[in-house]
Design a protein around this ligand. Structure first.
Ligand code: ADP
Ligand code: MG
Ligand code: ZN
Length: 481
């Protein structure tokens, strides 16, 4: 980035709430039902209907507000945001405008070097989703209104971020919170977590904010990062050429890695917001607020500390394991079976997460039940198999849902610890390699590894490495004298 400039970024994040029914009617929120089947006169906005607020929507939003250090307003109101679009049959979206439910919070983001930065949250408000337009037919656009009225929470940040990395870390933090709080599944690819990025640039040292552009349509974390970097460069180029930035809404094109203008940005007054006359103000009493606070699950920071304290894990491990609640849950399920806490952490951080990332699956869909991984770790610890053999058993466990002990038995992989058996093999290998034995006797210590390799080959990796080492050393020392 050009050294003269500083970028300013604020994010608006929409999280689809995990409620069974919609925000203002009893319709199901179930994903994948046939198009236009989860509907009723209320979410279609027929004349004379009366919406009724789903209590769960308030509870989940307050929970998020409390977790992110917001003030919870005792009274908040719903507003109508009026606009026309084919995915919005009512002609307006029920949202909150003035007097949102949560305000003035913050989250702390952590950089790879462990330094932190505080990002302010302007507000969190409740609103409803619109339907979906499907453009993949050649000449027609189809409308599916199942999503109309599904509850959303919008989290609006202060313009506190200055790099794409900060935006990425902030978004990761929000995702981590909504998942830990069981508010939203946090899936950007499927659109249950959506992010609009507001980007402007200004000359370094300048206090006044530059004109911003808002980028939409980024359906992955990587795309958010890429789009912001692209937009920063685009704006700097315009300014350097003596141009001016126009306030507009841009769409990110992930195939071409560039933005397209969608529309010149509407102003709030274009929406003719007004308080929704059909809905009562939302009153969150102190008592209700503390009832919600009492349901607060363990947050990522606290869980991280607990993993360090209770299982003596390095901070680094705890950070990775608590990245998502489901990984932390998986870890704690594995160590119900094994007391080797650090090995369990190693297996998850390397072997398990590699599969998860390669296959792009959630750990909930990981094929090895935690108890089986725990058992595998125990088999190593007890000396039944070597660590090396375990790395061969692991892929077999991925393929078939069998206990590792069963696989080890079927494939005859049990470690040879019987020293008389290993001794015979050691002698055989030394006998077959007199040249290398001479080298060893002449002080070439590095051929030791060669012997170990030969023995392991002979036993198909099953010999207990410690016994092999001890016996080999003993025999070679004898030959030396
Ligand atoms: P709008 O009414 O256009 O939606 P808001 O004032 O509600 O604008 O702000 C929306 C988001 O844009 C917020 O996250 C805010 O922090 C961010 N934002 C506002 N002004 C700027 C700016 N000049 N540059 C970058 N981000 C900004
Ligand atoms: Mg806005
Ligand atoms: Zn409905």
């Amino acid at each position: 980035m050009n050294e003269k400039y500083e970028a300013v970024i604020g994010l608006e994040v929409h999280a689809q709430l995990l409620t069974e029914s919609k925000a203002f009617c009893g319709c199901s929120t179930k994903f994948g039902n046939s198009p236009n089947s989860n509907i009723c006169p209320i979410c279609l906005g027929h004349p004379g209907i009366l919406p009724v607020l789903n209590k769960k929507v308030v509870e989940l939003t307050v929970l998020m507000g409390l977790a992110t250090n917001c003030t919870i307003n005792e009274k908040s109101i719903f507003a109508r945001k009026n606009y026309f679009y084919p995915d919005l049959p009512k002609g307006y979206q029920i949202s909150q405008y003035e007097e949102p439910i949560c305000e003035n919070g913050y989250v702390d983001i952590t950089f790879p070097d462990e330094s932190t930065k505080r990002i302010g949250l302007t507000r969190i408000h409740m609103e409803e989703d619109a339907g979906k337009l499907i453009h993949d037919q050649s000449y027609e656009t189809l409308v599916d209104v199942n999503r109309c009225g599904v509850a959303l929470m919008e989290i609006v940040s202060e313009p506190d971020m200055h790099t794409a990395q900060e935006a990425y870390l902030y978004l990761s933090k929000i995702k981590q919170f909504v998942q830990y709080l069981n508010i939203c599944d946090g899936n950007m690819e499927e659109g249950s977590l959506r992010c609009d990025a507001n980007v402007s640039v200004r000359i370094k040292g300048e206090k006044k904010l530059g004109t911003k552009a808002e980028i939409k349509n980024m359906n992955s974390f990587r795309n958010v990062e890429k789009a912001i970097n692209y937009e920063i460069e685009r704006q700097i180029d315009i300014l350097e050429d003596g141009g001016t930035i126009i306030q507009e809404t841009l769409l990110w094109d992930a195939d071409r890695n560039e933005v397209h203008s969608m529309r010149s940005k509407e102003e709030a007054h274009d929406y003719k917001y007004f308080p929704d006359p059909d809905l009562m103000p939302v009153i969150v009493s102190n008592q209700w607020k503390s009832e919600i606070a009492n349901q607060m699950p363990e947050l990522p920071e606290v869980r991280k500390e607990r993993l360090v304290g209770k299982y003596s894990l390095p901070k680094y491990d705890a950070e990775i394991l608590t990245q998502t609640k489901s990984i932390a849950d998986y870890y704690e399920q594995v160590i119900e079976t094994t007391a080797d806490y650090k090995s369990a952490s190693n297996w998850i951080m390397t072997d398990v997460l590699k599969v998860i990332n390669d296959e792009k699956i959630d750990i909930k869909d990981f094929p090895i039940p935690p108890g089986n991984l725990g058992e595998l770790i125990n088999l190593i610890k007890e000396g039944t198999i070597s660590g090396k053999i375990a790395k061969e058993v692991f892929p077999l466990m991925l393929k078939e849902n069998k206990k590792p002990s069963q696989i080890v038995k079927e494939k005859n992989l049990v470690q040879i610890t019987d020293s008389s058996e290993i001794e015979k093999i050691v002698e055989k290998i030394l006998g077959n390699n007199s040249h290398q034995v001479k080298q060893y006797i002449n002080g070439e210590g590095k051929v030791f590894g060669f012997f170990v390799g030969q023995i392991m080959r002979e036993t198909k990796g099953k010999a207990n490495p410690k016994v092999v080492n001890d016996l080999l050393k003993e025999k070679l020392e004898l030959l030396k004298n």
